[in-house]
Ligand binder design. Structure first.
Ligand SMILES: [Zn+2]
Length: 375
């Protein structure tokens, strides 16, 4: 991850590089920003820049031996810490058994959240934390001489999962740093971070990405189709991690089948089928339901485009287009906005943990009314 690969945040990147160039590198910094804003990406680009042997004003060189070891995240003076769970049988819980999973997760891209990390280490619903022994291990590692004679960098993700005893063990390092050490804390919830740490680090606020920044990144880097990308970005508030989560669980074939059955049932006021679908959709789980509502918004939007005589502009698969051609006349300027608003609200309700079955049933009644509204 180089600065050129970080999504947005150009000014913050510039400020970080200026600091390095003018030798003003605070030894304890906090990158604080919401999930999917790219805090880990920035921290990693910054660490790489610090270590690069041939950096320019704009970025790390990408070619020196240090940059090459960053390509595989195996630089000996780059240390990682992150929340984990205690494996059965181990006496002292440290991040060691999880380091290679972490490296793989980071190599797959630094835009992820706790859900992906839980997945990566098979933690299911276990509570993750940074243990006291982990803090001791960090003290030990950073107390060693640097391997390559330059900076020793620690990137510590989610320091807010430290408990008081752990944070206390970190304080000495923060207050009396070992030689040429940089500690980069990367948090999502500043307020949850212990005040003892909060007050001793230089905080850099990373704002959420704009919908536009997130959408173009999704299209350019993750191959998400443009109209889908802008819809996703909007629904997830520029959170790239959440948008990628939607993409991961993408199953538009299934979504399409469900959507067709649902629209038919809504239009035909077929309550038996609607109840059946409510069961089926709610069983898919929260993420899949959210995705289904986003898919539905996408279909509705494509229908309105098709309706204005631009069927060739519509971004749909052959199967979807087939359906849209017949369905489009039921979507018009009198119902499209309330329909989108309803779908968006349903998405929000499901995200906020409202009972999925009830959301779906309630929504279906309202969709029925809107579909039957004639211009
Ligand atoms: Zn380099």
């Amino acid at each position: 991850m180089r600065f050129s690969e970080v999504i947005g945040h150009k000014e913050i990147g510039e400020r970080l590089r200026n600091g390095v160039q003018s030798n003003r590198v605070a030894h304890a910094q906090l990158f604080d920003g919401p999930e999917g804003s790219g805090t880990l990406a920035l921290a990693l680009a910054y660490a790489r820049y610090l270590h690069c042997n041939d950096r320019t004003d704009l970025d790390s060189c990408g070619e020196c031996s240090s940059c090459r070891s960053y390509d595989s995240l195996q630089h000996p003076d780059l240390h990682w810490s992150f929340p984990f769970f205690k494996k059965d049988g181990g006496e002292h819980a440290t991040s060691l058994p999880f380091q290679s999973a972490w490296r793989l997760r980071m190599l797959a891209g630094p835009y992820f959240g706790q859900a992906e990390w839980l997945d990566a280490i098979g933690a299911d619903k276990k509570q993750l934390f940074i243990s006291v022994h982990e803090a001791m291990e960090i003290n030990r590692k950073l107390g060693l001489k640097s391997f390559q004679g330059g900076w020793k960098v620690l990137i510590c993700w989610l320091p807010e999962t430290m408990r008081v005893d752990t944070a206390n063990k970190m304080l000495k390092l923060i207050e009396e740093p070992t030689d040429r050490t940089v500690m980069l804390f990367v948090s999502e919830h500043f307020d949850a971070l212990l005040a003892t740490i909060r007050s001793r680090v230089q905080t850099i606020r990373i704002p959420r990405l704009s919908d536009g920044e997130a959408a173009s990144a999704l299209t350019e880097r993750f191959d998400v189709e443009a109209s889908m990308a802008s819809q996703w970005a909007q629904v997830v508030d520029g959170n790239v991690a959440a948008a990628l989560r939607l993409e991961q669980s993408e199953g538009s074939g299934t979504d399409h089948g469900l959507f067709v059955r649902w629209m038919r049932a809504c239009y035909g006021q077929d309550s038996a089928v609607i109840v059946e679908l409510a069961e089926e959709v709610s069983k898919l789980g929260r993420e899949a339901m959210k995705r289904f509502f986003i898919y539905s918004m996408h279909m509705v939007r494509q229908c309105i485009v098709g309706n204005y005589g631009a069927m060739e502009l519509v971004r749909l698969t052959a199967e979807e287009r087939n359906f849209a051609e017949k369905f489009a006349p039921f979507i018009h300027h009198d119902n499209v906005i309330p329909l989108q608003a309803l779908l968006e609200k349903a998405h929000g309700d499901v995200a906020g943990n409202v009972n999925g079955r009830l959301v779906f049933l309630d929504l279906s009644v309202q969709v029925n009314i809107l579909l039957r509204k004639t211009t």
